[in-house]
Ligand binder design. Sequence first.
Ligand SMILES: C[S@@+](CC[C@H](N)C(=O)[O-])C[C@H]1O[C@@H](n2cnc3c(N)ncnc32)[C@H](O)[C@@H]1O
Length: 220
Amino acid sequence: MLLLMTDLLATTQAAYDAVAANYARDVPERYHSTPLAHAMTPLFAELVIAGGGGLVADAGCGPGHVTAHLATLGVPAFGVDVSPEMIALARKAHPDLRFEVGAMTALPAADGTLAGVVANYSIIHTPPEGLPETFAEFHRVLAPGGHLLLGFQADDHATRVGEPFDHSVTPAHRYSPDRIVALLGDTGLTEVARLIIAPSEDTKRGFPQAYLIARSRLIP
Ligand SMILES: C[S@@+](CC[C@H](N)C(=O)[O-])C[C@H]1O[C@@H](n2cnc3c(N)ncnc32)[C@H](O)[C@@H]1O
């Protein structure tokens, strides 16, 4: 299992290294120009600030546009990504922000020190068996009451653990929001809010998109 996950991370890294320049050219512009794509980020930032504020990790940050958006919303943020090419582009685009090469399962933060974690379309490259470890890591770094924002391609079938799909970069799964909420619950994170975008808005694959905000329980 450990070996499998290490292989998978290497595959993800190589795949995103190869497309990083095109991704950085197209995706940040789409994120900013599509209201539904960034709708939950300001809400998340407000919840973080209302909870006392603090540092937020953007896990699987890609070229760093969400990290930078958080910073403009008044939330100090740093980005982590397994792809060195993505991190180089993030640093170039946002030289005032901190970006590090690393895995979502080994975030560079001490236990209970972060006010928030964002994972925007990055858990999709983690297969179902890897999600508990990933969510446990998010919970580890979050302070009690800290917030998590997840964005991902959703699956309507709550009975399925995860549905592989034809992602253009590297193998990916879409997930039932209810099942993700259940898994988060197992690690001490409780749902606060969700936004489900209608399948008709996804002109490429016709998938619903899910944005979930969860909070780390004050008493685990
Ligand atoms: C679809 S892109 C999303 C990038 C960015 N969050 C966004 O909103 O555009 C997925 C990113 O997650 C990164 N990633 C996937 N799995 C990861 C992992 N286990 N640890 C660190 N980064 C990961 C990839 O390298 C890639 O940059």
